[in-house]
Design a protein around this ligand. Structure first.
Ligand code: PLP
Ligand code: COI
Length: 365
């Protein structure tokens, strides 16, 4: 049967968890994505059988046959979300059903079976329950959750696999960028693109990130923190960053972000920012923005602020832009007031410090 929403999780506590003292030392300065909790979730899938064998168990290597399909044809998707320590000592997540829906949209694009949204959200609850002590209790700290799913069938034919493994790991994190909310510098790639119409740009699949790495390496070589991709057809329109969406703030108070045409990831932070900005009285527009306009509007002063947004980056100001022919700054390289106000609103909401009219905050504990 495949009624995965009724799956019960078998809990097998880690017999040798990290000691409280060692955990405290790790949580003092976790960085991003290098510290992991004691447990993981795994659920298996087979055609004809559906989802089965749901577990929370000690985090451990996953044995893999060298002919596992994912190692050859990269049938893999993932999500990124955070659990927060709430003001009252409880634990919250932000819009986890939106991640569940996007996970299945990514899966559909990669010809993978859907996971019931309830099972997705339950899997996060079960992991957070056993690893709740790993949520950093510091400003800007959170437990980054990484649900992922890959083709585990042992088969080299090129077709959708008929066996999959879904898993969730968790990583206590601080700020994604080492400088925290200090404005970052971005590199606009003229050589590489990320996603073409009809491709996988709107899916959160590992292959998109593999394809972004040479461009990201080029950005780092040029002293930049992130790469900005232009559209693959005309190489004129701004798509997004390697791991974040992008917003532009103008002197008339309007706020713009590129539209969802299938080549960019439909960010949950992006959608939330559109709502929060409109609520704060800004005119919000989802419209194409060319790199030429970005330069011209920065030069004329019409463009006041630019920021990146995403689960990992939250809202991070972009202060400087480099490209093959030069560089320019935005707002003198300083964080803008609209950017920082939107960031504060979002963070206060996520941490249960602000009213939540849209019911975005999801209580875990
Ligand atoms: N764009 C890309 C390529 C990303 O990897 C991410 C991060 O998940 C985002 C945008 C922002 O998405 P979200 O706000 O849902 O985290
Ligand atoms: C996220 O924001 O969750 C991502 O997956 C982006 C990545 C840069 C960590």
């Amino acid at each position: 049967m495949s009624g995965g929403d009724k799956l019960d999780f078998e809990i097998r506590p880690n017999p040798a968890p990290v000691s409280a003292a060692d955990r405290a030392a790790l949580l003092a300065n976790p960085g991003f994505g290098r510290v992991f909790t004691d447990h993981m979730v795994t659920i298996r899938y087979a055609d004809g059988k559906g989802w089965y064998d749901a577990r929370v168990e000690a985090r451990a290597p996953i044995p893999m046959d060298p002919a596992s399909a994912v190692l050859h044809y990269a049938q893999e998707i993932f999500e990124g979300m955070k659990a927060y320590r709430a003001a009252d000592g409880g634990v919250t997540m932000f819009r986890p059903y939106a991640n569940a829906a996007r996970f299945n949209a990514s899966g559909a694009r990669m010809a993978m079976p859907p996971l019931p949204e309830e099972t997705f959200v339950n899997s996060l609850h079960r992991l957070i329950e056993v690893d709740r002590e790993w949520i950093p209790d510091v400003e800007d700290g959170s437990l980054y959750l990484r649900p992922f799913m890959f083709a585990s069938e042992v088969f080299l034919g090129v077709r959708p696999a008929n066996e999959y493994l879904y898993a969730v790991i968790a990583s206590p994190v601080g700020a994604y960028f080492a400088g925290g909310v200090k404005p970052v510098t971005v590199w606009v790639s003229s050589e590489y693109t990320r996603a073409a119409p009809g491709g996988t740009g709107a899916a959160k699949c590992g292959g998109n990130y593999a394809a972004s790495l040479a461009a990201q390496a080029e950005a780092l070589q040029h002293g930049c923190d992130q790469v900005v991709f232009l559209d693959a057809v005309e190489r004129r329109f701004v798509d997004e960053l390697g791991g974040m969406n992008v917003f532009f703030v103008y002197d008339d108070g309007s706020v713009a972000t590129p539209p969802l045409t299938g080549t960019i990831l439909p960010g949950i932070t992006r959608e939330s920012v559109l709502t929060l900005a409109a609520q704060a009285g800004h005119r919000v527009e989802e419209r194409p923005v060319t790199f030429a306009d970005w330069q011209a509007d920065a030069a004329s002063g019409r463009l006041r602020e630019v920021f990146a947004c995403g689960t990992a980056a939250v809202i991070t100001p972009i202060g400087r832009v480099r490209f093959s022919e030069g560089e320019f700054t935005i707002g003198g390289g300083e964080p803008g007031t609209v950017t920082m106000a939107l960031r504060q609103q979002l963070v206060d909401l996520q941490r249960g410090r602000a009213a939540d009219p849209h019911n975005w905050v999801h209580r875990v504990l």
